[in-house]
Design a protein around this ligand. Sequence first.
Ligand code: NAD
Length: 458
Amino acid sequence: MGGRWQESTSTDRIGVVDPATEQVIGRVPAGTAADIDAAVSAARAALPGWSATEPARRGAVLAAARDLLAARRKEIAATVSAELGAPPAFASAVHVALPTAVLGSFAEIAAEFAFVEKVGNSTVYQEPVGVVGAITPWNYPLHQIVAKVAPALAAGCTVVLKPAENTPLVAQQFAEILDEAGLPAGVFNLVTGLGPVAGQALAEHPDVDLVSFTGSTDVGRRIGAGAGAAVKRVALELGGKSANVVLPGADLAKAVNVGIANVFANSGQTCSAWTRILVDDARYDEAVGIAVEAAAKYRPGDRLGPLISGRQRDRVRGYINRGVEQGARIVAGGPEAPDGMTTGYYVRPTVLADVTPEMTVAQEEIFGPVVVLIRYQDEDDALRIANGTVYGLAGAVWGADEESAVAFARRMDTGQVDINGGRFNPRAPFGGYKQSGVGRELGTHGLAEYLQTKSLQF
Ligand code: NAD
């Protein structure tokens, strides 16, 4: 913090565990409320200088960070593989490439964005919100950091980041990159530590102007309540239970194969994963067969990494058992450990059939390699099922033609929908309807979260 590594006020350390080997691969300071306080002071002190820096110059620092990240991609991918357990190819193709693209997008947006506009006899200025407290999870450890820090810096805010305790090593590397990119001291500050200690101190700090949180609904709800009481801005990204809707006439094989890949990537630890596949009655059995074949390609320890922790592994296995108790049929995988694997927090790639919309496995976020297949009767039934959870983060619609798929997507209560396999767009706003969250990340909508407006009349 404040432009250099500083000792924590505590000597406690958090061990970082490789979930594939269960070995401790590093230790980081368990930051305290006093450490958070010092980091917030550093961010406050740096705010006048950074907020007055020309947006194009702020963009240039982000562009330099993007280039440094690209240059260190092998090392960063190895870190994410080690602390998250992501297979190396996925670590490189997604965990490093995605934040590299997002840094690049905000470098451009900072330079292009109209921070001043004329509205009749007024001049409207978009000014930075101030000091940002960012709290991030472990599932996409660098992407989640960059999706908050890059727009905040582009907007002219200063930041204190508390990354997930399971994946702090890549956060430390990112701090080095920002420093090397020429970011002035104190503009970005990193405090590693536990959620209920360092995270809570940051969320509740009176001198933080905006809290941006990604993680579990329980913690998000508490952070939102605290921010409401303090009348401060808050952004929450809290997961989902997204529907992959295969309309009659759509390419079933493609829809199910892409759907399985979408969930099993990152071992199902993706908030926007399409974990519910909805298929019409006439083609349901065929869809089950395709899903079983697709799941067989995900061998644990090879294409399918472990879960982040023993706790998450047990939680996911508990959900599979719960599904069976409520009448679901395991057609691939299951709650047992994968054959011959005694080490690592692995869960078998699991497909549950005969799932009905009210079952726990159709309602709650499992956050593991588990897909449920739900049968629907007609399009209205499909829509009712798709919209029938408390979440609304993402989704997919596959139709015989684009028009019918778009018409269905427009009726879904969700923030992002991929039409017939549409590609991820790092500039498109990302965020939830309903209990999936508040606010948007990425692109100009993501930038706007970190701005407040002032109008002068003439
Ligand atoms: P979590 O919400 O506990 O952790 C996310 C972040 O919040 C971490 O940095 C953590 O240290 C911090 N945190 C924890 N308690 C806090 C508190 N009281 N005050 C402030 N910060 C706090 O999530 P988890 O326990 O790692 O995962 C549990 C479940 O959450 C998962 O199974 C999944 O369903 C969901 N999840 C969702 C996402 C997502 O992308 N939306 C990411 C991770 C986890």
